[in-house]
Every structure is written in structure tokens, then in C-alpha cells.
Design a protein around this ligand. Structure first.
Ligand code: ADA
Length: 588
């Protein structure tokens, strides 16, 4: 659910926020037992033998007692009352999802962290059955999901909405702030819509952005509009029906200090009557890079950031909005001004809160630590591309998102890897020219892709994995990258600690040692003039896959400044003191 009302005309209903019937479709006995490292496979002949349980949606399979280690297909069912054309929008199903209404398959989708939808046409008035099949298996056809240094949960992990749509309906509005002039903010608006019928249709359009109105008559939407190829299941995909530059007077710019937000609303109109509408929320601001600066409305940003996974012991990746807000409050309390959404696109509700709180977001596609061999999975490039498109389509209007990221710590040191980085960064630039793009690398001088992004970003662990000081690391990078004249960001910095492990000797995994290391890392990074800021790895401790747990005490990546229950470690006060003492902008 968005942080604001999106429709006054279109009827929408939330189907999440309640209990659904949940059934494991694989062997239940296996599902209910903790798996040994050699287990994890379910027997085909036992499929469908489990009984149905009640589960809250959004929810993760792993949060259902007895299913903590479940991998495989699950069925999630609920009923709804509607008639005519309905669209079911799933904000996130992990990893692979299918939507069925009254037994008919409407959509299938791979990618846990982006929305997809299916339309059922001409439903009879009455009660209908919605079933979502989710599959969290690790399999070659899911190229981005494998045992990793975070946990890939399964289930219907984000909200589900029901929309009653006319045959021709709005799928998305994109507003691009171009420049601030003496008369107001110059923007470009683009409107996309979708035609479910088999005939082309005419429509009129009217809209308003912060008091400035616009309209167009007699727009032809071809029948073929329903067939959008690989983007067919994105709720945002559609045909461009209107594109215009406008000047919006009397509005304030969006900034960290004053996150001013406005509405952009559009209606489709026939014979003077509006029959569909869509409201978006926007902010007026520009992001540019200039030399080694990242400029927000022309001012050089200083990033005081946190990497944050969507993870919580009680909710898995399906954090309720109150828990998301609580995380942002802690980040704010520590003096943070930015979040990096490691390592996938985030829940829209979280992004809405960042817009409202004036917290900058680095949003990235789904990919962590992939070797060249993994990137050579024949599905890898196509699956990344779809996720990038879906992420940008969906999140384009968020003023808080200031940079798009891709392929964290993948093979940016090989020629094949370079071709993937190049293709993905080019795709981002095609879809969005209003923001810079980057990727977080750990390959240092073996990286052969640094000419490709707008911002050079480095994951580094001085005093922890690495023996050098942060200053030494940054000096080395700066000397090497100087000819490129690009901004430099530290995209990860940090150290591990087990909550509650105190040690006079500042031993490894102690809170004392983590606090010492963070103090040095953050001070040195802040003092390094050529650097635009840092992202602490990481905000909170997160669960990791079994395969990673031997390296991770308590099966957690415990570099969190707070533990998994958000209890502060000693480093909390260190980070707070350093981040709070720095402004949002670099001097000069
Ligand atoms: C990498 C990676 C993170 C995490 C981190 C660590 O830089 O990007 O996902 O694994 O290292 O804790 O070692």
C-alpha cells in the first residue's frame, strides 16, 4: 500500500493484510523438519499431501512454524468479490510466482523484489478464488537466487491489491524534473496506458500537477497495446499516450531538509466523463554529477549512509510498515541521510517513507557476488534486464532515489563480466536519463569496468578483512581513478560483532572491536576530501543461508550496528557521533 491515495475513480481493494490459506505443495514431512546440509529436496510423489494452514499475507514461508527451512512450491489462497475486469497486483512473490483466478493462470513472474500483475476479464458478479503459487527453490532457472550472504525467503512477501479496471486503463505516469527556472520547475510528464480489449480505442486525457492543468483529446490507443512482450506482467508497463514539457509554478524543491512532495494526477476521459485515474507523488529536484561531486539541486552531497537488507527475525523479508518506519527512525537518529537497498529493489512503502523523510536512496537490481560462471547462466542477462526495467518503471518518481546500482561485487574483472555491466548500465541510461548509475565493486585494480558508471563505488573493509587503513585504500583508489574525474563513494565499510559479546581485550566479534574499527573507518573516510561519503555495512544483523553460516556466528551476517532485533551495539553511539557531526553537503 502506498503512502498516499492513488485512485479516486478506480476501485481498489487490498487483499493482503489478512490471513490466507497456505499449503506447502512439496513433501510436508520434509518441510517441517530442520534440514541437514545434505537435505533440501522433496519427493515428487508426496506433492500436495500437506494440509492447509492459515498464514498472514504478506508473509514468508519460513515464518510458519515447522517451515523454517522449506524450499519449494507453496500455494496461497484467498477469495474476493468483484465483477468485470480485475487486475491482481502482487508487489512481491519470492522467488517465482504465478497468479490464478478461478483456476485460470493470469501471470507468471520471476524476481522476488519487483511487482507483477495479471488481468482477468469479464468476471461474473460474485465470489472468486485467487491462488498464488510461490516457489523459493534454488534452481538453475532462477539465476539470481542461490545460497548467499543474506537469506532468500519464500512466499507472498509483499502486498497484494485487487483493482477493478476498465478495458482501457492507466498503467503509469512518469514525471521528470528537468530544471528550476524563474517561473517554476520545468518538468516532463509521460503517461502510459494499457488496452485490454481487442480493438483500438480513443480516449481524452486530463491531468493536474500541483495546480497546473493539462489535457489532450482524441488519443488513439492500439489494440496491440495489451501485448507488451516480456514486460507483459509489469503493472506499470503500457503504451506511451502523452508526453509533454510543462512549467509548474509555486512549488518548493525537494531536499533532505525540506522533502516537499506534490501530487501528479491523470484521468482518462470519454464524452467529458472520467473513467479511470492514477495519482502519483513527486518531488522537484535534480541529481547530477560534476567532477568528483554528486549534486542534489546543485549542492555537493555528503552521503552518510547505511546498507539495509529487508530482514527481521519475526517477519523475514516481509517487514510490516511500522517496522520499516522504526528502521528509518534509527537511521535518522544515528545521523544517517541515505540507505542503500542491498541487494535488490525495495518495498515501495519503504521508498515512500524515504521520500517523506528526506532520506536519499541508492536502489539496486538483484545480484550479489556472482562469479563469471554464474553470470554465464543463459537466463542471467534476460532476468537482470527484466528486473531493471520493472524497478525503474515502478520507482521512477521517487525523489529520494538519487542513483541506480547494479551487480554488487560481480565479475567486473573479466571481459564477459564487462559486457554484462555495459549492457545493464546502458539499459538504465535508456530508461532514465535523470539519475546517475553505479555499481559496488570489490575488485580494486583488477576491475576493468570503472569507465562505465557515473560514480565509482567501492566496498572496503579496512582493519577487518583488509590490513590497510581506510586512508591508504582511498589514496590508492584515487590515484588510480583520477583520470576518470568521477565521484567516489564508499559503498560498504564495516566490521562484525556479536550483540552482547563484550571483551576487555577487544577480541574479534566483540562490540568493542567493532566500535573501534567503525570509528577509524568513518573518521578517515569523512576526512578524505575526494570522497562523497560512505555506506556502513550494515544497518542490522541479517540471517544468512546455511551454506554461509560457518563463516557467520549465529548464522547472521553480524556487521549490523544494531542486531537483528534492532538492539544497539556499542558502535551505535560511535556512528551517531560521527555522522551527526557531519553536514549533508561537502564544502567548497
Ligand atoms: C560484501 C557484500 C555484502 C556482504 C559483505 C560482508 O561486500 O557486498 O553482501 O557479504 O561483503 O559482510 O562480507
Amino acid at each position: 500500500m502506498r503512502g498516499f491515495q492513488q485512485h479516486k475513480i478506480r476501485k481498489i481493494k487490498e487483499l493482503s493484510g489478512r490471513l490466507w490459506d497456505f499449503t506447502a505443495l512439496e513433501n510436508e514431512e520434509e518441510g517441517e523438519k530442520p534440514l541437514g546440509p545434505d537435505k533440501g529436496r522433496f519427493l515428487e510423489q508426496d506433492r500436495g499431501k500437506s494440509k492447509s494452514k492459515k498464514m498472514f499475507v504478506p508473509g514468508c514461508v519460513e515464518n510458519c512454524p515447522g517451515y523454517e527451512n522449506y524450499r519449494g512450491k507453496t500455494s496461497w489462497r484467498t477469495q474476493f468479490e468483484a465483477q468485470g475486469n480485475v487486475r491482481i497486483v502482487c508487489e512481491g512473490v519470492s522467488h517465482f510466482g504465478e497468479i490464478f483466478v478461478d483456476g485460470k493462470k493470469l501471470a507468471k513472474h520471476y524476481g522476488s523484489y519487483t511487482a507483477f500483475s495479471g488481468c482477468a476479464t469479464d468476471l461474473k458478479p460474485g465470489v472468486h478464488l485467487l491462488e498464488i503459487i510461490a516457489d523459493n527453490s534454488f534452481a538453475a532457472e532462477y539465476s539470481l537466487d542461490f545460497p548467499n550472504d543474506y537469506y532468500s525467503y519464500g512466499g507472498v512477501t509483499r502486498d497484494v491489491m485487487l483493482e477493478e479496471v476498465p478495458p482501457l486503463f492507466l498503467s503509469c505516469i512518469h514525471v521528470t524534473p528537468l530544471t528550476k527556472t524563474k517561473d517554476g520547475w520545468r518538468i516532463r510528464i509521460e503517461v502510459f496506458c494499457r488496452n485490454l480489449s481487442e480493438e483500438s480505442q480513443f480516449t481524452d486525457l486530463r491531468g493536474e500537477i500541483a495546480g497546473t492543468v493539462f489535457s489532450a483529446q482524441h488519443i488513439l490507443v492500439p489494440a496491440a497495446a495489451a501485448d507488451l512482450g516480456e514486460e507483459n506482467f509489469s503493472p506499470y508497463a503500457g503504451n506511451l499516450i502523452y508526453s509533454e514539457e510543462l512549467t509548474i509554478a509555486n512549488v518548493e524543491s525537494w531536499s533532505l531538509e525540506n522533502p516537499a512532495l506534490y501530487k501528479a494526477s491523470v484521468e482518462l476521459v470519454k464524452n467529458g466523463e472520467a473513467f479511470d485515474d492514477l495519482i502519483e507523488r513527486i518531488g522537484f529536484r535534480t541529481v547530477r554529477v560534476d567532477g568528483n561531486h554528486i549534486l542534489l539541486n546543485g549542492k555537493a552531497l555528503r552521503i552518510k549512509g547505511f546498507c539495509r537488507h529487508e530482514d527481521h527475525p519475526q517477519y523475514g523479508c516481509a517487514l510490516p510498515e511500522s517496522a520499516m518506519a522504526a528502521d528509518l527512525q534509527l537511521i535518522r537518529d544515528m545521523g544517517g541521510n541515505s540507505v542503500r537497498t542491498v541487494h535488490y529493489p525495495n518495498d515501495e512503502a519503504f521508498l515512500d517513507m524515504c521520500d517523506e523523510m528526506g532520506i536519499l536512496v541508492w536502489e539496486e537490481n538483484h545480484a550479489r557476488g556472482m562469479s563469471e560462471e554464474q553470470m554465464r547462466n543463459p537466463l542471467f542477462e534476460a532476468q537482470c534486464e527484466v528486473i531493471i526495467r520493472e524497478m525503474i518503471w515502478a520507482h521512477y518518481n521517487h525523489p529520494s532515489i538519487y542513483v541506480w546500482g547494479i551487480l554488487n561485487e560481480c565479475s567486473s574483472d573479466t571481459e564477459y563480466g564487462r559486457s554484462c555491466y555495459n549492457a545493464q548500465l546502458s539499459l538504465i541510461r535508456k530508461l532514465d536519463q535523470s539519475r546517475p548509475c553505479t555499481y559496488a565493486s570489490c575488485k580494486f585494480q583488477t576491475d576493468i569496468c570503472q569507465d562505465l558508471p557515473d560514480i565509482c563505488s567501492w566496498n572496503m573493509y579496512p582493519y577487518w578483512y583488509e590490513q590497510d587503513t581506510a586512508t591508504e585504500r582511498l589514496n590508492e583508489l584515487c590515484t588510480w581513478l583520477k583520470p576518470l574525474q568521477k565521484p567516489l563513494l564508499v559503498s560498504e565499510i564495516g566490521a562484525g560483532a556479536v550483540y552482547g559479546f563484550r571483551s576487555r581485550g577487544h577480541e574479534i566479534w566483540s562490540e568493542e572491536l567493532q566500535a573501534d574499527i567503525l570509528r577509524n573507518q568513518l573518521r578517515e573516510t569523512a576526512e578524505f576530501e575526494a570522497c562523497s561519503g560512505s555506506y556502513i555495512w550494515q544497518f542490522a544483523d541479517v540471517k544468512v543461508s546455511r551454506e554461509w553460516a560457518l563463516r557467520r556466528p549465529k548464522s547472521r551476517n553480524n556487521k549490523g550496528i544494531v542486531d537483528e532485533y534492532r538492539r544497539p551495539k556499542m558502535a551505535y553511539e560511535v556512528v551517531k557521533e560521527i555522522y551527526s557531526g557531519l553536514g549533508n553537503y561537502r564544502e567548497g
